[in-house]
Design a protein around this ligand. Structure first.
Ligand SMILES: NC(=O)c1ccc[n+]([C@@H]2O[C@H](COP(=O)([O-])OP(=O)(O)OC[C@H]3O[C@@H](n4cnc5c(N)ncnc54)[C@H](O)[C@@H]3O)[C@@H](O)[C@H]2O)c1
Length: 307
């Protein structure tokens, strides 16, 4: 028996790529789900379907009526999906509004969709290098876009809400999340252009695994406000991780050896805090990195980090 059985859960962004799978999973586990999205989605199956705006105090108050826990996924989920003001304002006001109201109501727990972009590296417009790999929660941030800034800010909002109201908040720093089919297509792209995946550590998660992480976060015994990375154990690129790092980031210190196609992200907090380990891997064979894909000039000779 799942421990979400019988609980009343608000899912914001329920009509989205991740939200629709989360909603289906939680209902299948016996939860009573209120779905809130800004757009009407007739195919969405939830116990209570609301069309509303997570930046609106009234819409969020109505959605929170009678719920036990919150899954906050609503956001403008990409830097270029709308003008910078709209992306930043929608995301940070929504997260503040949802967590502040949930906290004030005495709701015990919220799970928030964070992002690997909270560290600022993947969408940075400059030539940037991580301070070290594997990425972990102490990695210095280097942010040059409003979407990443919003996801970084959301983590502070979560800590504030826990400090002020005592609401436990789990922020899942998702990597690229998509269907198995879409991820397989991305893997083919990375086969031809592995450099393109460097700053995301070639990481990914299927929507099914993302939804399972949300469910685990709702029921895990952990308390406080936590934000951490999660990803499939192995990368989406078909090449060994150390070969990729040797070719594309030889100057970046490695704090430990990476085995085979091990994702260069520390997954320990996800295991320890919510008991998560990805169950769905995109099955691609491991190949030797071809000489033609290695850079002619090592990046080691020309790092020019701008600020
Ligand atoms: N999919 C990924 O690769 C990925 C990676 C990292 C983080 N995330 C985060 O996960 C969350 C879900 O992402 P997704 O891929 O499902 O995105 P999506 O664009 O498919 O879904 C976003 C949802 O948010 C809703 N929404 C947007 N603005 C809203 C508002 N003002 N009020 C109410 N609802 C609003 C939309 O209606 C939609 O249901 C987002 O917070 C996103 O930033 C996604």
């Amino acid at each position: 028996m799942s421990t979400v059985e019988g609980s009343k859960i608000l899912v914001t962004g329920a009509s989205g790529r991740i939200g629709s799978v989360v909603t289906r999973r939680l209902r299948a586990a016996g939860a009573w789900v209120t779905a809130l999205s800004i757009d009407d989605s007739p195919s969405l199956e939830a116990d209570r379907v609301l069309v509303g705006d997570t930046t609106s105090q009234d819409d969020v108050a109505a959605a929170l009526d009678g719920v036990d826990t919150v899954v906050h996924l609503a956001a403008l989920a990409h830097r270029d999906i709308a003008p910078p003001y709209d992306v930043y304002a929608t995301n940070v006001v929504s997260t503040f509004n949802v967590l502040a109201q949930a906290g004030a109501l005495g709701i015990s727990r919220a799970v928030v969709a964070g992002s690997i972009n909270a560290c600022g590296l993947p969408q940075n417009v400059h030539e940037v290098w991580p301070a070290y790999v594997p990425y972990d929660t102490h990695l210095p941030v280097d942010i040059a876009d409003w979407y990443s800034l919003s996801k970084h800010q959301d983590e502070s909002t979560a800590r504030m809400a826990w400090r002020h109201w005592g609401i436990d908040v789990v922020t899942l720093r998702f990597p690229h999340v998509n269907s198995a089919e879409a991820l397989l297509a991305q893997s083919r792209q990375l086969t031809d252009d592995p450099r393109g995946g460097l700053l995301e550590g070639w990481s990914y998660l299927t929507t099914e695994d993302a939804a399972r992480a949300v469910e685990l976060s709702l029921t895990a015994p952990t308390t406080g406000a936590h934000a951490f990375f999660l990803a499939a154990d192995r990368t989406l690129a078909p090449y060994r991780t150390e070969d990729l790092l040797d070719a594309f980031a030889p100057q970046v210190p490695r704090t430990r050896r990476l085995v085979g196609r091990e994702v260069p992200i520390d997954l320990t907090p996800a295991r320890e805090l919510i008991g998560f380990r990805a169950e769905h891997e995109i099955d691609v064979p491991t190949l030797d990195l071809p000489a033609r894909l290695r850079p002619a000039v090592s990046p080691h000779t020309s790092p020019s980090k701008e600020h």
